[in-house]
Design a protein around this ligand. Sequence first.
Ligand code: G4P
Length: 536
Amino acid sequence: MTSDLHHEITQEVKRRRNFAIISHPDAGKTTLTEKLLLYGGAIHEAGAVKARRAQRQATSDWMEMEQQRGISITSTVLQFEYQGYQINLLDTPGHQDFSEDTYRTLAAADNAVMLVDAAKGLEPQTRKLFEVCQLRGLPIFTFINKLDRPGREPLELIDEIEQELGLIPYPVNWPLGMGDRFRGVYDRLRQNFHFFERTTHGSRAAAETVIPLGDPAIDPYIEPYRLEYNQLKDELELLDGVGAELDLDLVHQGKMTPVFFGSAMTNFGVRLFLEHFLTYALPPVAYKSDRGAIDPTQEHFTGFVFKLQANMDPKHRDRVAFVRVCSGKFEKDMTVSHARTGKTIRLSRPQKLFAQGRESLETAYAGDVIGLNNPGMFAIGDTLYVGPKLEYEGIPCFSPELFAYLRNPNPSKFKSFQKGVNELREEGAVQIMYSTDESKREPILAAVGQLQFEVVQFRLLHEYGVETRLDPLPYTVARWVLDGWEALAAIGRIFNAVTVKDSWGRPVLLFKNEWNLQQTMADHPKLRLSAIAPLA
Ligand code: G4P
């Protein structure tokens, strides 16, 4: 490789930071995203992202929305610059669009920001996404939001993160007051106070005054907040005394989480968070392949498909394959190899995805995401490469929580039904399982979100001409049996669970609830179960 190219790739990788926000609906992800874009100069006035979300929610018919828009609602990668860093924010669909894509997006992220509502603490969706982050060992940065409203005590929230997630919290800043009395935060690393001025709904960057600890200039600011200031001093003393020191290695291993307090809506603490985050977050990491971990600065372009998005608009029946670039330099019109089929493809129409718009892309480096028009040849997990052949590890199937028989009431449509189900499964739109009872041949759809069912039924109708019926099943928990059918046979009957097989014929146990799972595990301690499917 020429030293110029090597230098260019190294520099580009070094300045990249890629992350996804994990949170429960309503914690403020849209608001925080918008504020980050505001600081990054990508938008000039807050409200743009929000307005889009409001529009979206106003439409009850998701499919209709999808059609009108002509582009998928879930395909969002936001790219912006801040202080020389190139930031890629991978949007994890939440709310009613929660689906396997939400999990898969984390397979393409190098860092995660865990957003927590100060009044609610940890919530179910956050915990689930956290587990996926842990599987990958992603560094997790915590932003505790809505400090401008009455919330739980900061110490209690820190404790919850430690006790429930097993992460060592390191509060980088600490709030001075809360709710109506929220005045700012103390930055423990830089040892200074950030006092904020409220802006109207935080539509512009907040005005803030930064004063070092011990500087008499803080007096007028804290005087009216004596009580809060004394509490802050006591709590800081406690943190300094018994709390852990910031250890970047532990942060990068996903074992320690830097914690920030703030209020996305009023912009309190957003800039401070962004700056510390950029300093401590991991640049693009080496991904594991069958040739070992691949250095992101190596000369050859490589990447893998982590998400496929079908366009619901019948006039634009294209599909977009999202590729996480893992190494080298991607250039428009380049020719790459497709590891699974051995074919050569020219990538002539790559797209960078910014919010709902699409911009065309000329170059990309590790940590970036490119959208490729997919003429049906890509599947989730596929590797693209230049140079020596390699394959990335792939993306596992995540534990589904919703199950339903998919029925085709019209026998004359049997072939189209089969074809559609197979193609949608290959594309990763939904997982398919089958009963072990040979008389029940109909597929069981297994999903992590309701939307996946809707998408499958909609697409079967519009793309394959098959009207289908769903019969929901009463299970909410799935576990793969790691040692296969023999291990299962050796155990004999398992009460409170049914056995089904996945698309690869492997045994999966379905339980009505977590409690039944716990009971089975207690009854059969030798049974090795996994919430994530082993890679096929
Ligand atoms: P989400 O994407 O995670 O679902 O959350 P979103 O940003 O939409 O925020 C959910 C609600 O919480 C919104 O209120 C939003 O304004 C509010 N919110 C977000 N951050 C903060 C914060 O720092 N402080 C306070 N007090 N509220 C916050 P909404 O009533 O649903 O919408 P809107 O009327 O504000 O538009």
